[in-house]
Design a protein around this ligand. Structure first.
Ligand code: PXG
Length: 447
């Protein structure tokens, strides 16, 4: 049962400066949400909204999963806050050990943050610190990728490749370069899963290595599946080639798995799914299923050993000058442990893996809808790209989102004119059918 005691709609929307939102239009025509359960949101006026996007790609266990709600309730009464600087609480260590077991290979150490953006900046700093402690201090350059999204910190927007996220904010981090993006629709449009074309785009890294010299490059950071920009699975062989080139040149490889970790591809991580082993993995979102803000950076043992074990100094010496007040916050650790229990006990990664072929069929069945120029998918990530309206890029996608919410009781995510789908991993085949049926109606009625 969804909650009856709905929060009343506020009558002054003005003071909240909303993130990544056209504030003026929203405040004229607000899309308010006041409760959630399972696959649905509830509006203050009692409409049930089907969630096709797991909130912002994060509610992988669905909304208000019972174990998580109970664990957080218990935790707040037991231990509200404990510092992680110089002290520690047991659940933080328990969670780190659980994550060590979930991530492949020797990604054995977890550094806790509060968001994906913080995870990204943390990973970049660990990469730079590592190169320096192993005597490679000239390696300060970081390579990202065009169209990549790595959050909104200065590190993240510097290595990120989305123009509007960067252009307002000055010179950003120095010493950053970018690989070319993998969006080449004439070769890849309507690919199912990983496109067969495009592995050679990873060879552009060799060009950057030649240009800058390997002795200046600390790390490469990519999303294994580009998410936020509109779901671009890596071309077959692309990630393997990035790994081979980085390894050969002593460059660390960072996978930004803020979206892909915790079941989105039917596995614990994209590293596991693709069988490619990065040196660092950034996570957030699905770690707590979006219930309490939390992120974690998973770090390979040799990196931890170099910085902590081998470079440690006397007993009172801090090894890494980095951390957040809320690193490993007790509420977040309780939420994460209960979320991981939920994934395991309800078999949600397995459900996502089993559902993925049906999801692929379902999203590709939209190919004949008006204005559709590409459809992409992997795991439970999908995108339906629409042609832009003449002279008004983004307007058609925005209209689709508004229409979905008001006329079809469905939440969809958009990026420009691309509709991104990432249903909670609790979805059934019937839920996927329903999402696609509604999307077809939305697209059919859209000018
Ligand atoms: N890296 C990746 C790969 C992300 O997708 C971040 C870092 C930053 O995470 P935080 O927690 O700081 O927001 C993200 C976040 C969307 C959308 O609709 C995507 C994100 C966030 C909000 C909306 O595409 N990705």
């Amino acid at each position: 049962m969804l909650k009856e005691d709905l929060v009343q709609a506020p009558n002054d929307l003005e003071p909240f400066w909303m993130p990544f939102t056209p504030n003026r239009h929203f405040k004229r025509e607000p899309r308010l949400i006041s409760a959630a359960e399972g696959m649905h949101y509830l509006t203050p006026d009692g409409r049930r909204i089907l969630d096709s996007s797991a909130g912002l790609w994060c509610c992988n266990a669905g909304h208000a999963p019972r174990r998580v709600v109970e664990a957080v309730r218990r935790q707040i009464g037991e231990l509200d806050f404990a510092p992680s600087f110089q002290f520690g609480h047991p659940r933080a260590f328990e969670l780190a050990a659980r994550l060590r077991d979930l991530f492949p290979g020797d990604l054995d150490y977890a550094f806790f943050t509060n968001s994906g953006s913080e995870s990204v900046d943390t990973a970049l700093k660990i990469a730079l610190c590592y190169q320096r402690v192993i005597g490679q201090g000239s390696r300060t350059r970081i390579i990202g990728r065009e169209r990549g999204y790595h959050g909104v910190g200065f590190g993240g927007i510097s290595v990120g490749g989305i123009g509007p996220n960067r252009k307002w904010y000055g010179p950003l981090l120095p010493g950053v370069d970018h690989l070319p993006h993998t969006r080449v629709l004439e070769h890849t449009a309507f690919s199912r899963g990983q496109p067969a074309w495009g592995a050679h785009l990873a060879d552009e890294l060799e060009r950057l290595v030649e240009l800058h010299d390997p002795s200046t490059i600390a790390a490469v950071i990519v999303e294994p599946v580009a998410g936020s920009i509109g779901v671009y699975p890596p071309p077959l062989g692309y990630l393997e080639r990035l790994r081979e080139i980085t390894e050969r040149h002593g460059i660390l490889l960072i996978f930004d798995e803020v979206i892909t970790a915790f079941g989105r591809l039917g596995r614990g991580s994209a590293a596991e799914y693709f069988g490619v082993r990065p040196d660092l993995v950034t996570t957030a979102k699905g770690l707590t299923g979006g219930t309490v803000p939390m992120g974690a950076v998973m770090v390979r043992k040799p990196i931890y050993d170099a910085i902590v074990t081998e470079n440690g100094g006397p007993d009172h010496a801090i090894e890494l000058f980095h951390g957040f007040t809320y690193s490993a916050h007790p509420l977040a650790t309780a939420a994460a442990l209960a979320t991981l229990d939920t994934y395991r006990e309800e078999g949600l990664f397995e459900n996502a893996a089993a559902l993925a072929p049906h999801f692929e069929e379902a999203v590709h069945s939209l190919r004949d809808c008006p204005n559709v120029v590409d459809i992409r998918n992997l795991g439970l990530m999908g995108a339906v790209e629409l042609a832009p309206r003449d002279g008004a890029p983004g307007a058609r996608g925005y209209a689709a989102m508004v229409r979905a919410f008001f006329d079809h009781d469905m939440m969809i995510r958009i990026t420009g004119d691309t509709i991104a789908l990432s249903p909670p991993l609790i979805a059934t085949r019937a839920d996927i059918e329903e999402i696609v049926t509604r999307l077809r109606a939305i697209l059919t009625g859209l000018d």
